[in-house]
Design a binder for this molecule. Sequence first.
Ligand SMILES: NC(=O)C1=CN([C@@H]2O[C@H](COP(=O)(O)OP(=O)(O)OC[C@H]3O[C@@H](n4cnc5c(N)ncnc54)[C@H](O)[C@@H]3O)[C@@H](O)[C@H]2O)C=CC1
Ligand SMILES: O=C(O)C(=O)CO
Length: 313
Amino acid sequence: MDIIFHHPTFNSQQWIEGLHQKLPEATVRQWLPGDNQPADYALVWHPPVEMLSGRSTLKGVFALGAGVDSILSQLQKHPEMLPKGVPLFRLEDTGMALQMQEYAVSQVLHWFRRFDDYQALKQQAKWEPLEDYRREDFTIGVLGAGVLGGKVAESLAAWGFPVRCWSRSKKDYLGITSYAGAEQLGQFLSGTRVLINLLPNTPQTVGIINSELLNKLADNSYVMNLARGVHLVEDDLLAALDSGKVKGAMLDVFAKEPLPQNSLLWKHPRIAITPHLAAVTRPEEAMTYIAKTIRQIENKESPSGQVSLDNGY
Ligand SMILES: NC(=O)C1=CN([C@@H]2O[C@H](COP(=O)(O)OP(=O)(O)OC[C@H]3O[C@@H](n4cnc5c(N)ncnc54)[C@H](O)[C@@H]3O)[C@@H](O)[C@H]2O)C=CC1
Ligand SMILES: O=C(O)C(=O)CO
């Protein structure tokens, strides 16, 4: 079995050795330009078109992340990159859910305990105890309740917050109110105090966090974007912060990354920023999942994690 690997920043040797340990029968090699030798599987992130083009003998392509928007947009321009019938897989959790939970829970608690307000008071050297927020006024809404959003919702419910989620179809997470489809988006937003975005980037979700949506949230709401920058209309967020509708935002992802130096987001006192690291690929867990999936494909079983090209995620 031959496996080719390409990632613009990962340590290829670590992956080649790690995969070989988990799949001793496999020959794993870093793909280099000009290599058109046979391959059964390809592990990729931002692959050059020529790496995959015409490889009709592939049994599977693995994206080395959870979001497949960049590879799907490349495919739109170069459909020959994924020969017909070759399944595309993505990383399902593989250690990312825990990272997302850490990120979301710590920030929600930061807002809930009013540390943002105390930080502002501290700037003025003011000793001023504020009224506590109540959990019942702190409903959390998770946009996109899939592998990551579902786990984030569950971890916040465990802290006693009222939690709701919104997705394409209804979910059955314990203690979480589930809304589905465009027709229930308004209901989901009404009364939501903290909005956490974990949607995939598809034509249906681009620009979803805009003025119209923000205006439907509870007053003094908070926005956390952990999915993709294109989900959020940055100017609309700035306007909602300035009008007072939104009290604070925590952003991990941006329409343009790295976030340009002249972006107004940097300077806004009520926007916190992290450089797209809410959840990163953990090599050990990712390799375990990929090795398991390859074995399932070889045994003609149906593994989970296959991307639906029709749904776009
Ligand atoms: N900031 C970061 O470091 C990271 C960001 N991500 C982002 O998180 C996203 C979510 O990842 P997963 O939970 O693994 O994806 P998933 O595919 O398991 O979940 C997606 C959820 O969104 C819902 N959804 C999709 N289209 C919808 C629509 N039009 N209307 C309503 N609901 C819709 C689905 O029903 C599903 O519940 C990824 O696509 C990626 O963009 C992922 C990993 C790290
Ligand atoms: O896996 C993903 O989709 C990511 O955004 C990783 O940072």
